[in-house]
Write a protein that binds this ligand. Structure first.
Ligand SMILES: Cc1cc2nc3c(=O)[nH]c(=O)nc-3n(C[C@H](O)[C@H](O)[C@H](O)COP(=O)(O)OP(=O)(O)OC[C@H]3O[C@@H](n4cnc5c(N)ncnc54)[C@H](O)[C@@H]3O)c2cc1C
Ligand code: FES
Length: 498
């Protein structure tokens, strides 16, 4: 299935050359999403020698597959942060996230393609049981000094609420791909060296050297802006990983206009509009699903069905999916961790703002400036009381996967009976294969054992990938890494047919 997002289809990437050299620099940034590109720009503007290596295209990771909304609260709710950390930290979160949003607004002034628009965020429920949560969020936002009001209705074309509608004023939305492409070009003009299609395949932390297939970079400091840090990091054990499915439809007759529309509850959807070259798109994201344990096609179809039932859109034009990594206590992990590298992760689905904040924080820390919020987000923090419940509940997935995969028998299939487009975990000649036959008949067989920490991968039928339920590494049918903490591809296996 083509999973190009509407953002990537409507904004060209910058098109930088692959690394083909051995470079030395002050700071190496690995990853060209909003976190890495903003970091590279800020460090280059400080006069540092910066190299950024991106495995694919700038913005081609989660940033270019998000929903492009910017807000001071978080998708789990500011009330969650207030109840875990207290009202002072909730206020601090709002102040810091607002500063990051304002930064994005200033950067977007020079770039009309970024389509930065101030708008309201609407939060409502269609089930009376969810109304309490909305009231708690109102309280938390008011206590944190936000501009909030309660309305009786949502804008035209949206599913009607059962109770009152929370309206958080002065939030924003933009075109994330157009935004990062522009920032990347500006980073180059400020002196940074950016390379696309330059995946880091080996990282020597002692010599601070990164290797790609065609070059190397030796750096004084390394920033892992790879969404989830590559390799083995303590934070992986603390972060549940989820995927979400998004569809951009041709807009129907009803157009709610600018706004972030969050319909809470089991059938809840995140909804927004996008205008591009005279065409209107309705963008709908569905509930999150635990990576590697759900039926991807069914999850995508559920979004289309819900949208069709409640929003009456036109044709679906773009379908995509992306992954989020949630911290155990509601705050992201930003800063230097035990590896000696800077990391920036645990953003949940709020990382366009957290990622911008992370870049500013890392640039400030490297410049020796004090950043009190950085201590709150330090990756080494451990808050057993505040985060213990989430950690225990969510880690059950990891434990179950590690144990079950090695105790239960694999599904028995014969490689030769695998039809075009089919995938299976196959046992043959005493070996286990994760096998996929492409539509053109080519057979791919790889080891099903994730190269990160040894869990067993599961098939993702929408994105044609093997996904690991433990910490979210994803691999193409030929074993190459798509995303997540794994660095090494799944081992290719020689297949004997007949
Ligand atoms: C469906 C969905 C919708 C979302 N919507 C919103 C939203 O509306 N608002 C919001 O604030 N947040 C949203 N988020 C979250 C947000 O998109 C992310 O948190 C944010 O984009 C993360 O940015 P990043 O730069 O850290 O990571 P990414 O954008 O994922 O960038 C990381 C980059 O690192 C590269 N990389 C990985 N490994 C290597 C390697 N070995 N070598 C070189 N490069 C490598 C990848 O190719 C990738 O481009 C959403 C998330 C999801 C899942
Ligand atoms: S991602 Fe960690 S074991 Fe697979």
């Amino acid at each position: 299935m083509d999973t190009t997002s509407v953002w990537r289809a409507t904004a060209p990437g910058p098109g930088f050359a692959m690394l083909q050299d051995d470079l030395q620099c002050d700071v190496l940034v690995v990853g060209g999403g909003i976190t890495g590109v903003t970091t590279a720009l800020l460090l280059a503007e400080q006069g540092r020698k910066v190299v950024l290596l991106e495995a694919g295209d700038i913005g081609g990771g989660t940033t270019g597959h998000s929903t492009g909304n910017l807000y001071v609260t978080t998708s789990q709710g500011l009330s969650e942060i207030a109840s875990q950390w207290g009202a002072d930290v909730a206020r601090e979160v709002v102040t810091q996230r607002k500063a990051a949003m304002d930064f994005v607004e200033v950067q977007s002034r020079r770039n009309p393609q970024a389509a930065f628009t101030r708008c309201n965020l609407f939060l409502w429920a269609r089930d009376a049981a969810d109304q309490d949560g909305i009231e708690q969020e109102r309280q938390a936002l008011l206590e944190a000094g936000c501009l909030v009001r309660m309305d009786d209705a949502v804008p035209a074309g949206l599913p009607a609420p059962v109770g009152r509608v929370l309206v958080l004023q002065d939030q924003a939305q933009f075109q994330p791909q157009a935004y990062v492409s522009d920032l990347a070009q500006r980073a180059v003009r400020a002196g940074a060296s950016l390379h696309e299609h330059s995946r880091v395949v080996e990282l020597d932390l002692k010599t601070r050297t990164a290797l790609t297939a065609t070059g190397s970079v030796k750096a004084g400091e390394i920033v892992l802006a790879t969404h989830s840090p590559k390799g083995v990091h303590l934070v992986h054990a603390e972060m549940p990983v989820h995927r979400e499915y998004v569809v951009a439809f041709e807009a129907g007759a009803q157009d709610p206009g600018p706004g972030i529309f969050w319909w809470q509850g089991e059938e809840g959807l995140s909804i927004r509009m996008l205008g591009h070259e005279g065409r209107r798109y309705l963008i709908v994201a569905g509930p999150e699903q635990t990576t590697g344990t759900h039926n991807a096609k069914a999850a995508l179809m559920a979004v289309e069905q819900l949208a069709g039932k409640f929003l009456q859109p036109g044709q679906p034009l773009y379908r995509w999916s992306a992954q989020n990594y949630r911290s155990h206590d509601g705050l992201p992990y930003i800063g230097r961790d035990h590896s000696g590298c800077f990391i920036a992760t645990g953003f949940s689905t709020d990382g366009l703002t957290w990622g911008t904040l992370a870049a500013r924080s890392i640039a400030a820390q490297l410049a020796g400036q004090a950043d009190p919020f950085a201590e709150r987000c330090a990756p080494g923090r451990f808050t057993p009381v505040k985060g213990a419940r989430t950690l225990v509940e969510e880690n059950v997935t990891t434990l179950k996967t590690l144990v079950q995969d090695y105790l239960t028998r694999s599904q028995h299939e014969h490689l030769s009976s695998l039809a075009a487009g089919d995938s299976a975990i196959v046992e043959a000649e005493g070996e286990t294969f994760a096998a996929y036959r492409a539509p053109d008949g080519e057979l791919f067989a790889v080891s099903p054992v994730c190269t990160h920490m040894g869990c067993k991968v599961r098939w993702n039928s929408v994105e044609t990938s093997w996904d690991c339920p433990c910490h979210g590494s994803r691999f193409r049918p030929d074993g190459t890494v798509v995303e997540g903490p794994a660095v090494t591809p799944l081992r290719r296996k020689q297949v004997q047919l007949g």
